[in-house]
Design a protein around this ligand. Structure first.
Ligand SMILES: Nc1ncnc2c1ncn2[C@@H]1O[C@H](COP(=O)(O)OP(=O)(O)OC[C@H]2O[C@@H]([n+]3cccc(C(=O)O)c3)[C@H](O)[C@@H]2O)[C@@H](O)[C@H]1O
Ligand SMILES: Nc1ncnc2c1ncn2[C@@H]1O[C@H](COP(=O)(O)OP(=O)(O)OP(=O)(O)O)[C@@H](O)[C@H]1O
Ligand SMILES: NC(=O)CC[C@H](N)C(=O)O
Length: 552
């Protein structure tokens, strides 16, 4: 009996619904494993369908198509290492989240997910049936147990596997990023190896899917919790992990230990990757955005250039009579530093035409919000006309602070298909700009250096919809606003919590009110990269009609 076992991990980027494309990726990993003498090649959870396929996976035709692709893959990979891959598994009327072991040209065994995650972004109870607790499967000289993602966040699945003879654990995951999540995962997995005294290999996918980004960072632990292998975050990789049989059982042979970047870098990388994959997977090669000379559109332009390359990003300045000379200079400076196309499309004429058209109706009424917002809406109209004409997707630029309090114009600057900074508070926008100006990485397609000039970051934020307007006229300063939003939105805290943190009750109540009354805007807003467990859309789901206010 051989004393070694080689497992090849495919930390790869599937596309939801691209069954044959995903199978081709699985086959590529299998070929790499075969060439490296692997016993088993492993892919993540639901790799064949892509994750999270949501209700798509409940369609009978989709299930049959996935089963056909799995059968063909099994035949194509019959002569070589076994292949473990996540895919739907149907038995009678039951639909499972399965992990299939392909050997000898067929599905030789399958693990069925038992714990269906049903919080934050997950709704698996709605989609899948819960599988029974089961035993391990055999590959070559090893008996392997595979708790599927959430299964490994609980004790019982691994406990049953060790009791029924598993010699090590291979955990396939579809685990999306939020800031600091790696430590949470590691803590759960260390708990499993300490309880079971078995080595554990944790395999995650990479890549963006709508709002979520799977951040890879796969790893292997030995009993006791020693980290033996660590793969890079947010990058595709195929890694061979060796196990050696010792008197105490299998042990992972220490291998690559890719360093993990800090949270600022990971957040920025997630925003770049999510936009890159959103475009690639929906078929857009190019994007455009309104570049105002402010910090939000500047960072969105930088993210877009880093994701797609300067040649694929159009920046458009649409000045009105309130646009300052500094804004014009700053917008041009950002576009120049990034190396992307810069168009100047004044809105004064169009605005005058609309004002004249409305004049008979608005006669005798004071000019106000309606007139201010016409500017934003006209920009939206012109940018969408360019989007149609040039086939470029329009990006929206609202940061999390603005999205939270509805500080954007619906059908105006909210027009667009994707918002890279939707989950990034304004205070973090400033820090992230500084980080990007000081750092460059190989995954960035944009140039090195201070691509967002200091003046763009340092000036007081203004929507420039009327003379001398400042965000701070109508909102608390961003450090205070963001601190209150962290309490009210991210931690679902109370007004009392805001008061305990040192904020005035009246100000906290105003912020709470703004958050509740802008639910309708978020409902109609573009999706954007999820960076936290408190992201708008799936993590936090509130009614639009809502009269309740916290009396605390
Ligand atoms: N519950 C509800 N369900 C459906 N629709 C609802 C609604 N409540 C209001 N509405 C509608 O929404 C309209 C009001 O929304 P909207 O027109 O957007 O206007 P509104 O939210 O009142 O104003 C936009 C705010 O965002 C600021 N702004 C604008 C542009 C850019 C930025 C920036 O810094 O990025 C900031 C601007 O200074 C202003 O304070 C109303 O006319 C009403 O018809
Ligand atoms: N003069 C302009 N030219 C082009 N786009 C503009 C202009 N003014 C606003 N926009 C677009 O509308 C968005 C909202 O901008 P606004 O200036 O009102 O507030 P902001 O949230 O402070 O954004 P920014 O920091 O980008 O200025 C901008 O990010 C930009 O995409
Ligand atoms: N796909 C899953 O089961 C994911 C749930 C798991 N708790 C995670 O986020 O990592």
């Amino acid at each position: 009996m051989s004393d070694r076992f080689r497992i090849t991990l495919g930390q790869l980027n599937p596309t939801v619904g691209d069954l044959t494309g995903n199978a081709a990726l699985a086959r590529k990993a299998w070929e790499a494993g075969r060439d490296a003498g692997a016993d088993l090649v492993a892919l993540p959870e639901m790799f064949i369908t892509g994750y999270n396929a949501q209700d798509l996976v409940m369609r009978r035709a989709f299930q049959l198509d996935a089963a056909r692709v799995v059968e063909e893959l099994a035949v194509a990979c019959s002569d070589g290492p076994a292949l473990a891959v996540g895919a739907p598994w149907v038995e009678g009327t039951k639909l499972y989240n399965g992990y299939l072991i392909l050997k000898g040209g067929k599905v030789a065994s399958q693990m069925l997910k038992h714990h269906l995650p049903n919080e934050t972004v997950f709704d698996e109870v709605r989609i899948f049936d819960s599988g029974p607790l089961g035993g391990p499967y055999s590959v070559g000289n090893a008996r392997i147990g595979s708790p599927i993602c959430e299964d490994a966040w609980h004790e019982d699945v691994a406990e049953m596997l060790v009791e029924t003879g598993a010699e090590f654990l291979l955990v396939p995951n579809g685990s999306p990023y939020y800031r600091g999540k790696f430590d949470t995962r590691l803590n759960h997995m260390v708990a499993r190896v300490v309880e079971t005294e078995l080595p554990l290999i944790y395999l995650n996918m990479v890549g963006g899917q709508d709002d979520q980004v799977f951040d890879g960072g796969s790893f292997a632990l030995n009993p006791g919790g020693e980290l033996a292998v660590q793969m890079p975050v947010l990058e595709e990789a195929i890694t061979h992990v060796d196990l050696e049989r010792t008197d105490a059982g299998w042990r992972v042979v220490p291998g690559e230990r890719a360093p993990h970047p800090d949270a600022w870098e990971q957040d920025y990388h997630v925003m770049v990757q999510s936009l890159r994959d959103y475009c690639a997977k929906t078929g857009f090669g190019k994007v455009l955005l309104g570049l105002s000379g402010g910090v939000d559109s500047a960072i969105v332009a930088a993210i877009a250039v880093d994701a797609l390359g300067a040649q694929n990003v159009r920046c458009v300045m649409l000045p009105s009579e309130y646009t300052s000379r500094e804004s014009l200079e700053d917008a041009e400076a950002v576009a120049k530093a990034l190396g992307c196309r810069y168009d100047n499309v004044p809105i004064t004429q169009g605005r005058a035409a609309i004002t004249d058209t409305l004049a008979p109706l608005f006669e005798g009424l004071e000019p106000g919000l309606a007139e201010e917002n016409i500017q934003s809406r006209l920009r939206g109209l012109l940018l969408m006309a360019m989007s149609n004409k040039f086939g470029e997707m329009l990006l929206t630029t609202g940061n999390k602070s603005e999205v939270a309090v509805g500080y954007a114009t619906i059908y105006g600057d909210m027009a667009g298909g994707y918002n890279p900074i939707k989950d990034l508070y304004k205070t973090r926008v400033f820090e992230t700009c500084r980080w990007r100006n000081a750092n460059h990485r190989s995954w960035m397609k944009g140039p090195e250096g201070a691509v967002m000039p200091a003046r763009v970051i340092d000036k007081p934020p203004s929507a420039e919809l009327r003379a001398d307007q400042r965000d701070s006229d109508s909102l608390p300063d961003y450090p205070d606003l963001d601190a209150m939003l962290e309490i009210l939105v991210d931690r679902a805290g109370s007004i009392e919590d805001c008061v305990a943190a040192g904020f005035l009750r009246d100000v906290a109540k105003k912020v709470e009110h703004l958050v509740y009354i802008s639910e309708y805007k978020r409902f109609q807003s573009a999706p954007g990269a999820r960076l936290t467990k408190g992201a708008f859309w799936l993590d936090r789901r509130y009614p639009i009609v809502n009269r309740w206010r916290d009396p605390s």
